[in-house]
Write a protein that binds this ligand. Structure first.
Ligand code: UGA
Length: 437
């Protein structure tokens, strides 16, 4: 099939490459010329494991090209909208500028029988509104909503082998004429057994908001348990292992630590609350305010614990932060709890050095006042305390005996509860975890 993908960020670039991998003719379109130049030379402007290799592979087949010219969408059968919906400045709601601009810009190029497929995470009601625009422009075209559930760091495999497909179609009927077209797009994973659900437009939009809210709630629930564990001398890691063995609960997303961040969960729960408020259903989601508050408290807690670890004062203390991405295997620092903690410590008088295998240029653009050192061996030299805040494998593998020789004082705060406390203490370290004795 001939496919256009509008928006080539973390979602769209991966989607475009994966659609070409599935055998389709794809054009990726983005207003950012630099992004287009990078993608055209098979070098994604962000880090995503396996993506550059995939871009190279599919570009060699001639099935994938990138352009900043929206008119290149003309001639495609299916148009995927993959642009961002960031949080509005100073408000909780989602900023719909990009989704609206992409859809309106696309209208002149929509031909008879085309299908416009929204993948962006949007407030419920958006799809119905945009469907009207599409129908006004081309009465035989269709608009579907097909939310995306990929995780950064696993984006390629999540796109090629997702847990499920959700198709939102007007009326929610399997018989809708566009269902077959989308089935043809995803025929490889569908044949391999990926389940797909056909629902109506608002349900499809809500599935995404509900899924991210549930994930955020799981994390904040565990972090709330961590607070109780801290108050009672219990260990949240053991608690999570034990409750996670109940199939109904499950162990995934029960890792306590510095909390969730990134370009999705924080802004999605806020946008969901804002939208529910507009719909008069705000009471239904007041718990998400608590989920957000528990999450934000983690950051303050880490600053307090760092002060304790440094003997009561942060002033002049050399603190090295290991990991600044919002999670490992990503160079994304949007709402990264690690960076926000690093900046707080610096503001409170500590001398903070940040190291990370991938994000330093992104991080230094956001927080130029922090000191960055790409070489982790250099970064830890003469440190008064280490803070492991993003659990990259190389930090999990650190040897406490070797590391003790580099630092000024062997003190570590394990913000992700991934180190073996007993081993670090045996090597002479003062070890603090979160929600652990
Ligand atoms: C999230 C969802 O997991 C995806 O399904 C969704 O498609 C995506 O948002 C989106 O809306 O586009 P992502 O933001 O890539 O994906 O990251 P997650 O893997 O969900 O992690 C989010 C944050 O939670 C990270 O900061 C991570 O460190 C933290 N986390 C995760 C915990 O603190 N504890 C856990 O147990 C798991």
């Amino acid at each position: 099939m001939r496919i256009s993908v509008i928006g080539c960020g973390y979602l769209g670039a991966v989607h475009a490459a994966c659609m070409a991998k599935l055998g389709h003719e794809v054009v990726g379109i983005d207003v950012d010329e630099q992004k287009i130049a990078a993608l055209s030379s098979a070098a994604a402007p962000f880090y995503e494991p396996d993506l550059d290799e995939l871009l190279r592979e599919v570009q060699e087949t001639g099935r994938l090209r990138f352009t900043s010219d929206l008119s290149a969408a003309a001639g495609s059968d299916i148009h995927f909208i993959c642009v961002g919906t960031p949080q509005k400045k100073g408000e909780n709601g989602a900023d719909m500028t990009y989704v609206d601009a992409a859809t309106i810009g696309l209208l002149p190029y929509i031909a008879s029988g085309n299908v416009v497929v929204g993948k962006s995470t949007v407030p419920v009601g958006t799809a119905a509104r945009l469907a009207n625009l599409v129908l006004d422009a081309e009465p035989s075209a269709h608009l579907l909503w097909n939310p995306e559930f990929l995780r950064e760091g696993h984006a390629v495999s999540d796109t090629l082998q997702p847990d499920r497909f959700v198709y939102g179609v007007p009326g929610g009927s399997e018989e809708h004429p566009a269902v077959g077209l989308l089935d043809a797009v995803y025929s490889t994973p569908l044949t391999a057994g990926t389940p797909r659900l056909v629902v109506d437009l608002p349900t499809a939009e809500l599935v995404k908001a509900a899924a991210n809210s549930f994930l955020a709630t799981k994390i904040s629930f565990t972090n709330a348990m961590a607070e109780v564990c801290e108050a009672s001398g219990a260990d949240v890691s053991g608690l999570a292992d034990a409750i996670g063995m109940d199939d109904r609960i499950g162990r995934k997303f029960l890792n306590a630590g510095i909390g969730f961040g990134g370009g999705c969960l924080p802004k999605d729960i806020r946008a969901f609350m804002a939208r529910a408020g507009e719909l008069g259903a705000d009471q239904a989601l007041t718990f998400l305010r608590e989920v957000d508050a528990i999450n934000m408290r983690r950051r303050t807690r880490v600053v307090e614990l760092s002060r304790e670890l440094c003997g009561g004062s942060l002033l002049g203390m050399r603190i090295t932060v290991l990991g600044a991405a919002f999670k490992p295997e990503s160079d994304d620092v949007r709402d990264s709890p690690a960076l926000s903690i690093a900046a707080q410590l610096q503001l409170q008088g500590a001398v903070v050095t940040v190291t990370d295998p991938k994000v330093l240029s992104n991080a230094s653009r956001r927080f130029p006042e922090l000191q960055y050192e790409p070489n982790s061996e250099k970064a830890v030299q003469k440190a008064d305390a280490l803070l492991l805040l993003t659990e990259w494998q190389e930090y999990r593998d650190l040897d406490p005996y070797e590391l003790a020789r580099s630092v000024a004082s062997p003190r570590i705060l394990d913000g992700r509860n991934v180190l073996d406390a007993g081993k670090w203490r045996a090597a002479g370290w003062t070890y603090r975890g979160l929600g652990r004795p």
